[in-house]
Design a protein around this ligand. Structure first.
Ligand SMILES: [Zn+2]
Length: 141
């Protein structure tokens, strides 16, 4: 898949807390890490201090396999930012593990995609910035 259409302003790793470092460290390892309760094994994303199922403060993470379904998406046409290619699509993906993540989606013009389409994870490396998760629609989904 050609990810050249994702070229745009250099994406910076935002400031993070020690609690969210697992997510950003995972991206650097090309791992989509999903927080998991150490008490009841419930997955959750984004990061939460306490499990909403059992109340445990203990947690680790599970690496998502990268398969999922398109739960929702939005196609951005504005606001116009310098060096950004429009339109581009941002997806809410329901991962095979059952949690949802937000990430860019290809094709970036959104043509032909539908809620429920099968998607898979690829990685976008903008060379001097962080590695980002991107989803692509599976052919024939
Ligand atoms: Zn729990």
């Amino acid at each position: 898949m050609n990810t050249e259409s994702l070229n745009g302003p250099r994406r910076l790793r935002p400031p993070t807390t020690a609690d969210a470092a697992y997510w950003w460290d995972g991206l650097e390892q090309r791992e989509l890490r999903i927080q998991r309760c150490a008490g009841c094994r419930t997955l959750r994303h984004p990061f939460q201090v306490r499990c909403t199922s059992c109340g445990s403060l203990e947690w680790d993470w599970q690496v998502a396999v990268g398969d999922g379904r398109l739960h929702s998406f939005v196609i951005y046409h504005e606001p116009i930012l310098a060096d950004t290619i429009y339109p581009y699509t941002v997806a809410l993906v329901e991962l095979a593990e059952g949690t949802r993540v937000i990430a860019p989606l290809l094709p970036n013009d959104g043509v032909g995609i539908q809620v429920g389409d099968a998607v898979r994870l690829i990685w976008y490396d903008d060379n001097d910035g962080p590695v980002w998760p991107v989803f692509v629609v599976e052919a024939g989904s």
